[in-house]
Design a protein around this ligand. Structure first.
Ligand code: NAI
Length: 333
């Protein structure tokens, strides 16, 4: 099968070439959009990532030029209009699970860095400043952590939090009391979680219901000084309200791997340009915000698994298995 891999970087090329058995793979750094969709002329399928724009205009072009398969090399699927894809008769697959631990471990790396101010300490000592003033953190031990969404990544995150001796409370309408008991966490409602957590970590998908689940009301309810960790999707958080909560000092800090408007900037080097996104610029100015560029998935293990599963999805399509994702659960039907 001839596949055009959009938004590809060297690490994608390496893992896909390692996993490839007989497909013709072409890599492009361009993101999929209505304009770049025509680059896929002559290809059977395209492979896309989290910030490609697979809305109707791009999908329509793909269909017209003979592309029939779209492989998402990620777990989330908010970047694609699934019903448009289905109506156009495009087969869509994703990688529902590759390495939940990769994401959960990164979430903890961010949390630990934020709390113990590793990002600031690192800059200081490199400048010859060995002062500890202003670097006081708190013990995670016995603190209450609120986890919103306890699927594969949320559960992996809870396992790590257990190792730190934290009190874990979870809001996830999909988690039964029995499952909560099995993973040794307390189930609670969203308001309780907002009001009583020292740290809140998001591990739920982005969709119409969950967009801006962290808004002004939610932030106002949080304990003064609470931390927010978001390694899921940027638009789960209303960035304007987040900035206000940080400016007022009500929110103690934010550890972010994703950002609402990350599409135009993340994954590329813009260091020689003037940053045009004022909200992003503001976030980067806070000493109590740590931000990475959607890299929580980026481990050797995860990349290899993503490549293997994506290419096996392509093989299933080649053998005549036509798959669609449902917008509701992301399940293949
Ligand atoms: P999953 O499908 O295993 O778990 C999601 C959980 O969220 C489910 O248990 C579901 O019941 C729950 N949920 C759904 N709606 C909810 C709501 N309104 N409130 C609370 N819980 C809700 O998904 P998985 O693999 O754990 O991934 C979670 C998210 O992590 C993905 O949707 C994706 O956006 C993000 N992600 C981020 C990555 C990164 O590199 N930063 C990499 C991979 C995933």
């Amino acid at each position: 099968m001839k596949i055009l891999i959009y938004d590809a970087r060297d690490y994608d090329r390496e893992s896909f070439e390692r996993a490839n058995v007989g497909h013709q793979l072409v890599f492009t750094p361009k993101k999929l959009s209505a304009e770049t969709a025509k680059d896929a002329e002559g290809f059977d399928g395209v492979c896309i990532f989290v910030n490609d724009q697979a809305q109707f205009p791009a999908l329509n072009v793909l269909k017209q030029i003979g592309v029939n398969w779209i492989g998402l090399r990620c777990a989330g699927f908010n970047q694609i209009d699934l019903s448009a894809a289905k109506n156009l008769g495009l087969s869509v697959s994703r990688v529902p699970e590759y390495s939940p631990e990769a994401v959960a471990e990164h979430a903890f790396a961010l949390l630990l860095s934020l709390n113990r101010q590793i990002h600031r300490a690192h800059s200081r000592v490199r400048e010859g400043n060995f002062s500890l003033e202003g670097l006081v953190g708190f013990n995670l031990h016995k603190k209450t952590i609120g986890v919103i969404g306890a699927g594969k990544i949320g559960k992996a995150f809870c396992r790590i939090a257990q190792g730190f001796g934290m009190v874990i409370q979870v809001f996830d309408p999909g988690l039964t009391p029995q499952s909560a008991k099995e993973i040794n966490v307390k189930l609670c409602d969203l308001l309780t979680l907002f009001k009583s957590s020292d740290i809140i970590s998001l591990h739920l998908p982005l969709n119409e219901q969950t967009k801006h689940i962290i808004n002004k009301e939610a932030l106002d309810m949080m304990k003064r000084g609470a931390f927010l960790v978001n390694t899921s999707r940027g638009a789960l958080v209303d960035t304007s309200s987040l900035i206000l909560a940080l400016k007022s000092g009500h929110l103690g800090g934010a550890a972010l791997d994703v950002y609402e408007e990350e599409g135009p900037v993340f994954f590329d080097d813009h260091s020689a340009e003037i940053l045009q996104d004022d909200q992003l610029a503001r976030l980067l100015m806070f000493p109590n915000v740590i931000l990475t560029s959607h890299q929580a998935f980026l481990t050797h293990e995860a990349l290899d698994e993503i490549a293997l599963v994506t290419l096996s999805n392509a093989e299933r399509f080649e053998k005549g298995e036509w798959t669609h994702l449902t917008a509701k659960q992301g399940k293949l039907v």
